[in-house]
Design a protein around this ligand. Structure first.
Ligand code: PRP
Ligand code: URA
Length: 210
């Protein structure tokens, strides 16, 4: 599995602010969106580019063009929604496919509650978006679902990943690519990432932690 830890100084700076427990949901959402855009920039380096002719002040010119309709952005609800605006800022024409998963806090297994995918999934590159890759169960389940819908090109964008989650993802889906701002140390006894940044959904949306 191709795994890229994006160690750009701006990513590291913003991630440090996200880890700060004093960062409130307003700033947290802003920073998460900014990091998401920087990760998406890396993840889309190899997107196919077509040319098309446009009129310019100097006459017709062949220019490069990325077709949003060859993509789909796939946030995993709910925390993935906090990442979505940053990625949409770069790829505004890409349709959004939504996968609702909630990790059972006792078993740590993901439980699905909603899905709504774009059409023609077999023709699209899917950018899976979720701030946290902990046990990897949610990402594996989401990718199972994308592949069942015919998707063959999948890239995952995560803020923080645990080594355990990366290993689980590699075992289940070695063909995907992963872009992450940081690979942290390990999971704690509740399958939270250490040092991580706590519960990403709660910090994004201002709900009680836990
Ligand atoms: C968090 C996170 C991931 C998942 C990661 O979501 O956003 O989706 O946990 O954990 P895993 O790798 O062990 O599966 P959560 O299930 O807490 O739901 P939420 O986004 O609604 O807060
Ligand atoms: N979900 C989170 O939001 N944070 C973690 O550390 C693990 C799962």
């Amino acid at each position: 599995m191709k795994t890229v830890e994006v160690r750009h100084p701006l990513v590291r700076h913003k991630l440090g602010m996200l880890r700060d427990i004093g960062t409130d949901p307003v700033l947290f959402r802003q920073l998460a969106g900014e990091v998401a855009a920087l990760l998406a920039f890396e993840a889309t380096r190899d997107l196919p580019v077509e040319t098309r002719k446009v009129p310019t002040w100097a006459g017709p010119l062949e220019v490069d063009h990325v077709r949003g309709e060859h993509l789909t952005l796939v946030p995993i609800l709910r925390a993935g929604l906090g990442f979505l605006p940053g990625v949409q800022a770069l790829l505004p024409a890409a349709p959004v496919s939504v996968i609702g998963l909630r990790r059972n806090e006792a078993t740590h297994q993901p439980e699905g509650y909603y899905q709504r995918l774009a059409d023609r999934m077999e023709q699209r590159t899917a950018l899976l978006i979720d701030p946290m890759l902990a046990t990897g169960g949610s990402a594996v389940a989401a990718i199972d679902l994308l592949k069942a819908a015919g998707c063959t090109r999948i890239k995952g964008i995560f803020l923080v990943a645990a080594p355990e989650g990366l290993r689980a993802l590699e075992a289940a889906h070695p063909d995907i690519e992963v872009y992450v701002a940081a690979i942290d140390k390990r999971l704690d006894e509740n399958a939270y990432i250490l040092p991580g940044l706590g519960d990403a959904g709660d910090r994004l949306f201002g709900t009680p932690v836990g």
